[in-house]
Design a binder for this molecule. Structure first.
Ligand code: NAG
Ligand code: NAG
Length: 233
């Protein structure tokens, strides 16, 4: 048995399609405004430290996870290889921070946004090093034409429109909590017979280290096919 939480979203999509069909201009406007939803953080309960935040549509949820829809968006990205998650993410974070702090061809300072996402490849063997891919979301003002980075290890990524399974946890995002929560989510998804990309997950952070209380972190797996939200027994 699945919940019908996905229906409102599908319904909206269909409504938009009809409008495109019957009144092209209105449809186009709706389409344009629906793209890359990077919005005021006041619209998100857990974006508390930045002006802008990546917004999403909630498709359905269980006690364990949420299924969300994100629109395509442009990110600034860098890779770091290491045996240690925490070391790699610190180095990569500082490299991206320099980019938004003015190390770009226009010498402009770009506002920090939330969340910061880290793509973590599933390790084949525990003792192998791994490549951690860290990205900052570009603010809406820089989505179309961001200044070129001066560091050649920094590049842009266009993440497509996607549906994700998201699990939320508090405290600090470090290697242990990331590994534990990705494992828990994986178990829950397998139990729900969900289809998702098993090659990697995203570790997702919303808070600076200075924030102590009510910290918010997530882990995402990318959904494949129709997302599932089984109702609790
Ligand atoms: C965000 O929303 C708040 C409250 O609704 C508003 O005061 C503020 O001006 C908005 N900020 C931006 C950048 O639009
Ligand atoms: C950010 O830029 C300012 C100068 O505009 C500089 O003083 C500061 O050290 C830079 N911060 C980092 C972490 O690079």
């Amino acid at each position: 048995m699945t919940l019908s939480g996905c229906v409102p979203y599908i319904f909206v999509k269909q409504t938009i399609c009809f409008r495109v069909y019957f009144a092209g201009l209105i449809g186009l406007l709706l389409f344009l405004t629906a793209e890359a939803r990077i919005g005021n953080s006041s619209e998100s309960p857990f974006c508390t430290e930045t002006k802008e935040c990546l917004l999403y549509d909630l498709l359905c949820q269980t006690d364990d996870y949420e299924v969300r829809h994100y629109d395509a968006a442009k990110w600034v990205t860098t890779d770091e290889e290491s045996y240690v998650f925490d070391k790699a993410t610190y180095t990569a974070f500082m490299r991206l921070f320099k980019y938004i702090n003015g190390s770009n061809n226009d010498g402009v300072k770009i506002d920090m946004t939330a969340p910061v996402i880290i793509k973590v490849q599933e390790k084949k063997r525990i003792w192998q090093s791994a490549i951690y891919t860290l990205s900052f979301l570009l603010p809406s003002a820089y989505q179309n034409d961001p200044p070129q980075p001066t560091d050649n290890k920094v590049y842009f990524t266009d993440l497509p429109d996607m549906k994700v399974y998201a699990r939320t946890y508090g405290g600090y995002m470090v290697s242990l909590t990331t590994a534990y929560n990705s494992m828990q989510l994986k178990k829950q998804l397998d139990r729900a017979q969900a289809s998702y990309n098993t090659e990697y997950y995203y570790a997702v952070g919303y808070d600076s280290p200075m924030k102590i209380m009510n910290r918010h972190n997530e882990v995402w797996y990318i959904a494949e096919g129709e997302p599932v939200c089984p109702s609790s027994p």
